[in-house]
Design a protein around this ligand. Structure first.
Ligand SMILES: NC(=O)C1=CN([C@@H]2O[C@H](COP(=O)(O)OP(=O)(O)OC[C@H]3O[C@@H](n4cnc5c(N)ncnc54)[C@H](OP(=O)(O)O)[C@@H]3O)[C@@H](O)[C@H]2O)C=CC1
Ligand SMILES: Nc1nc(=O)c2c([nH]1)NC[C@@H]1CN(c3ccc(C(=O)N[C@@H](CCC(=O)O)C(=O)O)cc3)C=[N+]21
Ligand SMILES: [Mg+2]
Length: 301
């Protein structure tokens, strides 16, 4: 079959799916408002990375749009770790704050693990605290990382039941690859994880029904990695300089070649990115309910 005869893959519309998640979050936040509760999200940004500033601004705007009060804490990269820990202790104790997100990466002078462990696990809307990571691995109803949870929702929408499918995750970071593998395992997939030391990664990926790519290498995964008919989720966000000097956003997947062979694929932009933000709002609502439920049960004693 020539390229002209192949049918193009279905585009998985992350913006539309995110709007549905956000509509549900907005309904829930209105219901909480009837009880006098307004969810609050604190976003902490250290350093001047322009991409991070764009994400944080997008998050704040979306929060307000669905009835979540948002609080921004910005520092330059001279901020001391102890000062950040003091702020987190204050946010943990503040009943107006239900979710806390510390934008990553942090400057090299700050111990990322120490900072993430200083967030109250019940306010950990990124799902990066060890208690929530452990809960995810054990299949408990923990706060789970936003990006892989968003990917899973897109996959379920596209494929329905995932049980028995062979899923290959490319990348093993703590924020995307590892929690993605855990979520797919919980959906009864057989999961393989590819990383920088994998041997013959293309041949392994080519066995997969589902491929999730989070490597941070622009357009690394091309059609040679993909079995005809596979479903492909592209987590990558890379800024690429064009000849005319403008920058363009590209994923970790070579969209042009993969779209000819996959059955469905997420675009960049408009795929996983909007889902990450929507799931952050979803987790903020979940965290708010969690905190108020435990306050009520404490009141019984
Ligand atoms: N859309 C969204 O909401 C989000 C997008 N992103 C994007 O997703 C991408 C990945 O992010 P993140 O997980 O944080 O990245 P990291 O850099 O933390 O991890 C990259 C992973 O890819 C693996 N890897 C690197 N090169 C290769 C290779 N040649 N072959 C196989 N595996 C390789 C690394 O392997 P090893 O462990 O062996 O080093 C590592 O496990 C980035 O483009 C990032 O911008 C991230 C978060 C959210
Ligand atoms: N503690 C923490 N939690 C995170 O969830 C986190 C983080 N740190 N650090 C950085 C990464 C990256 N990330 C993105 C979120 C939204 C888009 C997004 O909205 N992307 C749009 C395009 C945005 C644009 O045009 O730049 C899209 O793909 O359509 C992208 C990337 C969250 N991250
Ligand atoms: Mg996230």
């Amino acid at each position: 079959m020539s390229a002209q005869e192949t049918t193009a893959a279905t585009l998985i519309d992350g913006r539309a799916c995110a709007e549905r998640v956000l509509a549900d979050v907005e309904r829930q936040s209105q219901a909480l408002r009837q009880e006098g509760i307004t969810p609050g999200l604190a976003v902490v940004l250290v350093g001047e990375d322009p991409a991070s500033q764009v994400y944080v601004r997008n998050k704040m705007r979306k929060a307000e749009a669905v009835g979540i009060r948002s609080f921004e804490y910005r520092f330059d990269d001279t901020l001391k770790q102890a000062e950040l820990l003091t702020l987190l202790a204050k946010l943990n104790a503040d009943p107006e704050i239900n979710g806390i997100l510390v934008q990553l990466p942090l400057p090299a002078t700050i111990d990322e693990h120490a900072v993430l462990q200083a967030i109250d696990p019940r306010k950990d809307v990124d799902g990066f605290h060890v208690e929530n990571v452990g809960g995810l691995i054990q299949g408990r109803d923990a706060l789970a990382p936003c990006t892989p949870t968003g990917c899973l929702q897109l996959l379920k929408q596209q494929c329905g039941d995932l049980a028995g499918k062979h899923a290959v995750v490319i990348g093993r970071s703590n924020i995307v690859g590892k929690p993605m593998a855990a979520l797919l395992l919980a959906e009864h997939c057989s999961v393989s994880v590819i990383h920088s030391r994998s041997v013959a990664p293309e041949a392994l990926a080519r066995q997969a029904d589902i491929v999730v790519v989070a490597v941070g290498r622009p357009e690394m995964v091309d059609a040679r990695w993909i079995k005809p008919g596979a479903v492909v989720i592209d987590v990558g966000i890379n800024r690429r300089q064009q000849h005319d000097g403008k920058t363009r956003l590209v994923g970790d997947v070579d969209f042009a070649s993969v779209a000819l062979i996959a059955s469905a694929i997420t675009p960049v932009p408009g795929g996983v990115g909007p889902m990450t933000i929507a799931l952050l709002m979803h987790n903020t609502l979940k965290a708010t309910r969690l905190q108020h439920a435990s306050a009520e049960s404490l009141a019984l004693f």
